[in-house]
Design a protein around this ligand. Structure first.
Ligand SMILES: [Zn+2]
Length: 135
């Protein structure tokens, strides 16, 4: 699952919104070359993983307490852009953090957005996604 099929839309610009090519940005986290240093970096990489449908990365960056059995991508759903609104904690010396964001998508051709305040914590030293409040 870590490898992308040829038909997958691997974008040149990273979906997470940072001004870098996907390969040198979230792609490095998805391939396991580097770990997220902050909760915000993990959050951005998880958004990108939804955009490129990297299920393996989403599952391994999910807290084991709340991790689902699978992600179940909706084939009609495309995650397009991300706005990070704010964050608390989540730095190199923190063990918990929150990231508030708005994620923009296209569902069966219709644009929409999701506003969430996500909670992250460290698990075995690595940032993982715990849960979030949507609204
Ligand atoms: Zn990125």
């Amino acid at each position: 699952m870590a490898k992308h099929r040829k038909s997958d839309p691997i974008p040149e610009d990273c979906p997470c919104g940072l001004p870098a090519p996907y390969d040198e940005c979230c792609g490095r986290l998805h391939r396991g070359e580097v770990q997220a240093k902050t909760a915000e970096q993990l959050m951005r990489s998880r958004f990108s993983a939804f955009a490129v449908q990297d299920e393996a990365y989403l599952l391994r960056s999910w807290d084991p307490q709340t991790r689902p059995a699978d992600v179940g991508f909706d084939p009609g759903m495309r995650w397009e852009t991300l706005d990070v609104i704010g964050s608390t904690g989540g730095g190199p010396f923190h063990t918990e953090g929150t990231v508030e964001f708005r994620a923009h998508y296209r569902a069966h051709g219709q644009p929409g957005s999701l506003h969430e305040n996500s909670r992250f914590r460290r698990h075995d030293g690595a940032w993982v996604y715990l849960d979030g409040d949507i609204g």
